[in-house]
Design a protein around this ligand. Structure first.
Ligand code: ISL
Length: 570
């Protein structure tokens, strides 16, 4: 099917994730806030990203830094108030950008008034808002069944006062809501409607795959898998068939879609949903609905682990293209607030990072860029016992010599490491917070070298490379919604495995992309890729926008080029 020139905005957009606590501090308390984000909107518009996703900033004890909501209608005071939120929406929209929120549907904080009431007694009117069960005999002191949390260990927590267990898919202070209770579903859909009507353009759905648990409460079956991975969430020696990817969760994806579409119709602005779900590409696709009537997008985390190798990258794109053909749209994610920063997968090489950025911003799908990726921000290594992240405390028993092995597998046991404050300039505290203030997490020691101000002035920087690519993508509809064709199939262009070569096609517009993953030069015939003798090389991640005129082009080590041709083809 020909890709649509009028594809909805959310399929064509580029997303930039902001972790509000770490982005910019406007009031000098060491914690980033909404006014801080507003102050950086001109930077984001300059950079050229189109949609901003903010991690949670609702009222919360901050035990999981906002992923433990205690009031869905109030903003945590350290981030600002409702007026600041409304100003943010206004200012974002005034720049032609869009705003996406995190929506934590699965659980609340254990200090949410709903849970306090639910926990108060077995007779409480809200008892059934969470998942409570009697334990097994003797004395009910054994958990009701073998269901594990996503972090390993039993997901059940004992409540001494009422003598029952409640279920928590993540940490114990994040009790799961009971979606089998219609009142819960209605209350959470009201939250969704409220914020969308406030002008939010889309929602990122936290651990959406865990929403419904099986009503039978039967044990999960045994499995030999020790630990979950991005493309297979089963592990801790069981298949989580009764706790994740439940058919009722898939049905709920469609119900939620209808709610969100209805709000889009009310205001003539379509909104979108992107789900945090785990599994192989085919499993994830099911969340989008067979008739594309479920979640608009899902994160594809396999991109987090792919090796820096042409063959591996091609295999990844082929898998994704196979599972998400039009009208579905894949996503390309290299990092987020839970994962090791992606620069370490390319040996902290800014040149290799430019090549991956070229891939991410030219391949078919919605790119998600985590704040600081555009300047090559690095993990800020810290021992587990220093972590503010609750995961760090949970894994404190892991010996320090084992931690790098987890990291290499894409697992951060102390997620503070990827949440260091944004590096704006070379000054003390890197412009994140005033020099005399102690930031909530220590600044990265390399902030003086690696920061926005330095890279803004340097035309060869990673930041300027992102900016060029984003500008090109905004200018060329083929890069936003064109179909993807492999050059060796359509043009019989023969290239070594190290070169990933495809083109994006929309109507008469052809944009060819050549990405050299090798650390040596490879000759290509760029015009062949674009199909026209008048093709122009628009951009190289190494040489900026210089256009080669020769028939062949020496594609340098880790160089990517984008070649454009708008001539109708014979
Ligand atoms: O953090 C992880 C591993 O250490 C991830 O596997 C994480 O469990 C998974 O991505 C779910 O994360 C989401 O829900 C959590 C929250 O802490 C994360 O920040 C959020 O992205 C609970 O709400």
């Amino acid at each position: 099917m020909e890709s649509d020139r009028e594809a909805p905005w959310w399929k064509r957009t580029t997303v930039y994730q902001i972790y509000p606590r770490s982005f910019a501090d406007s009031d000098g308390d060491g914690v980033g806030d909404l006014r801080g984000v507003i102050g950086k909107l001109d930077y984001l518009a300059w950079l050229g990203v189109e949609t901003l996703w903010l991690s949670p900033f609702w009222e919360s004890p901050q035990a999981d830094f906002g992923y433990d909501v205690s009031d869905h209608y109030a903003i945590a005071p350290e981030y600002g108030g409702l007026d600041d939120f409304r100003a943010l929406v206004r200012e974002v929209h005034a720049r032609g950008l869009k705003l996406v929120f995190d929506m934590v549907l699965n659980h609340t904080s254990d200090r949410h008034p709903w849970f306090l009431e639910s926990r108060a007694s077995r007779q409480s009117a809200r008892r059934d808002w969470y998942i409570w069960r009697d334990g097994r005999k003797p004395g009910g002191r054994a958990p009701p069944n073998n269901w594990r949390s996503m972090l390993g260990g039993s997901g059940w927590r004992w409540d001494e006062a009422s003598g029952q267990w409640y279920f928590a898919s993540f940490l114990g202070f994040q009790p799961d809501l009971n979606y089998r209770n219609p009142a819960v579903k209605a209350a959470m859909l009201d939250v969704v409607r409220f914020w969308l009507r406030e002008g939010v353009d889309g929602l990122r759905l936290d651990i959406f795959n865990a929403l419904f648990k099986d009503a039978s409460f039967a044990d999960n079956p045994f499995s030999w898998r020790p630990a979950p991975t991005e493309d297979d969430p089963h592990g801790f020696f069981q298949r989580h068939v009764h706790t994740i990817d439940h058919p009722d969760t898939l049905a709920f994806a469609r119900e939620l879609r209808a709610v969100v579409d209805a709000i889009g119709d009310e205001s003539a602005t379509p909104r979108f949903l992107v789900g945090e779900v785990f599994g192989d590409a085919k499993t994830l696709r099911r969340y989008c609905g067979e008739a594309a009537d479920g979640l608009h997008l899902v994160f594809l985390f396999q991109t987090l682990r792919t090796r820096f190798h042409g063959g591996a990258v091609r295999a990844l794109i082929e898998e994704i293209e196979g599972a998400f053909p039009e009208p579905f749209s894949p996503t390309y994610v290299f990092g987020n607030h839970d994962r090791p920063r992606f620069i370490h997968r390319v040996d902290a090489s800014l040149e290799k990072a430019k090549l991956l950025a070229t891939l991410q911003l030219t391949v078919r799908g919605v790119p998600f860029v985590y704040y600081g990726e555009e300047i090559g921000m690095e993990n800020h290594d810290a021992p587990l016992h220093e972590g503010l992240d609750p995961i760090a405390a949970r894994f404190e028993w892991v010996p320090s010599w084992l931690v790098p092995a987890f990291k290499a597998r894409g697992i951060l046991l102390n997620r503070d490491e990827c949440r260091a404050p944004m590096q704006w300039d070379a000054g003390p505290n890197a412009g994140f917070t005033p020099p005399t203030v102690t930031p909530w997490l220590p600044m990265h020691p390399r902030s003086a070298a690696l920061n926005v101000a330095a890279q803004q002035d340097d035309p060869t920087s990673l930041l300027r490379c992102y900016r060029c690519l984003l500008a090109l993508r905004r200018a060329l509809p083929a890069l936003q919604s064109g179909r993807l064709e492999w050059l060796d199939r359509v043009e019989h262009v023969r290239l070594p495995d190290d070169v990933v070569a495809f083109r994006r096609v929309l109507g008469d517009e052809h944009v060819a992309v050549f990405l050299n993953f090798a650390s040596h030069t490879i000759r290509i015939r760029p015009r062949e890729g674009a199909g026209s003798p008048r093709a122009l090389t628009l951009l190289s991640n190494r040489r900026g926008t210089r256009m080669p005129t020769a028939e062949t082009y020496a594609l340098g080590a880790h160089e990517g080029v984008v070649v454009w041709d708008a001539r109708p083809r014979a």
